[in-house]
Design a protein around this ligand. Structure first.
Ligand SMILES: Cc1cc2nc3c(=O)[nH]c(=O)nc-3n(C[C@H](O)[C@H](O)[C@H](O)COP(=O)(O)OP(=O)(O)OC[C@H]3O[C@@H](n4cnc5c(N)ncnc54)[C@H](O)[C@@H]3O)c2cc1C
Length: 315
């Protein structure tokens, strides 16, 4: 079976869910999976690289993406790996093309399926804002891919068989000099299991309090937004869902006062369950919705929020 190298991201001593999904995808394709971690806390987090046969912890500072990519590519070459995958997170999207370049490969990005047939890897990836699904096969010596978040089950296999120290990451050509945490500590819309999104149908930015209230009632939900309200300055771009915003695929996506333009659908239509609330029964969002409520958001959202709170309170 081919060896697959997985770039594993971590925070606060734990492997991030997106990387557990990448490990799950790799493990489904091969039982020879090498997890590569770097940065502060990597050693502690390595124990959570579920499904990996081995975790390699790179040494040195990990502040240079090109140097990290070089070090990961070296792990892939040294282990005779036939594939490299990373989650299509900001870091993964930054790193994976560099790794691919180091391996003289090409990158298959944002894949929703990843399968192996011996040393041959085939992926599926959405094209044209999700209107088409392309099947692609890598002919490169090392197949390189980023995997869409929430498209693969996170690995729940045991942690790595062994944890080893890898080479030190060099200085590189570019250095990350600082990261600022965004205010509020709200759940990232791309990572939340539940997303409650509002659109222009909310009429005023102040009315987003209703969207926030419903999200808060769930407890694990993030607030999302259409581009119309982001462009209007009602909501930050970090909440925008769609072609020019974030791609989300939560367990539950609730679209409120959002018409369902193709560019919005591109970012959310692979969500597991979609609920649409819109007063226009002909709104395109209903074509992708599993459950549709035709009516006024200003009546429905408060009632829904109260009901969610009641159910939560009953445990
Ligand atoms: C290149 C490009 C990239 C784009 N990228 C994105 C993107 O990433 N994300 C994105 O979202 N859009 C994107 N767009 C914009 C997209 O085409 C739409 O313009 C946008 O999604 C519309 O936002 P909306 O649904 O909030 O507003 P509208 O289309 O105005 O829809 C508002 C909806 O609210 C409903 N409504 C009104 N009042 C109520 C009420 N009281 N209760 C319930 N429903 C009500 C209406 O029936 C309507 O369906 C992009 C466009 C282009 C050209």
């Amino acid at each position: 079976m081919s060896t697959i190298v997985v770039f594993v991201e971590h925070a606060d001593g734990s492997v991030k869910r997106a990387s557990l999904e990448a490990l799950g995808a790799a493990r489904a394709a091969s039982n020879q999976v090498i997890a590569v971690l770097c940065g502060d806390g990597a050693k502690a987090a390595a124990a959570g690289a579920n499904g990996a046969s081995k975790a390699v912890v790179l040494g040195g500072a990990s502040t240079s993406p090109d140097a990290v990519a070089q070090a990961i590519a070296a792990v892939a070459t040294d282990s005779n790996a036939k594939a490299f995958v990373a989650s299509a997170t900001s870091s993964g999207r930054d790193l994976a093309p560099r790794v691919a370049a180091n391996l003289e490969s090409t990158l298959l990005s944002d894949c929703v399926e990843f399968t192996a047939d011996g040393d041959a890897f085939t992926v599926k990836r959405p094209w044209l804002a999700g209107k088409l699904i392309a099947t692609m096969r890598s002919n490169a010596k090392v197949a390189c891919a980023t995997l869409r978040r929430n498209a693969f089950a996170p690995s729940d296999a045991d942690g790595p068989g062994e944890i080893v120290d890898g080479a030190d990451v060099g200085a590189g050509k570019a250095t990350l000099t600082g990261i600022e945490a965004k205010q509020g500590g709200a759940i990232d819309v791309a990572e939340a299991p539940v997303v409650v999104s509002g659109g222009r149908g909310m009429k005023e930015p102040e009315h987003f309090a209703l969207i926030e209230g419903l999200a808060a009632a769930f407890g694990n939900a993030a607030v999302g937004a259409s581009r119309a309200v982001v462009d209007a300055g009602w909501r930050p771009h970090s909440e925008q869902v769609g072609q020019t915003g974030k791609t989300v695929a939560p367990q539950l996506y609730i679209a409120i006062g959002i018409s369902g333009a193709i560019q919005h659908l591109a970012g959310m239509k692979t969500s597991k369950v979609i609920v649409a609330i819109n007063k226009d029964a002909e709104a395109p969002i209903f074509k992708v919705a599993d459950y549709g409520i035709v009516g006024d958001a200003f009546e429905i959202v408060p009632a829904l929020t109260e009901e969610i709170k009641r159910i939560k309170a009953e445990g």
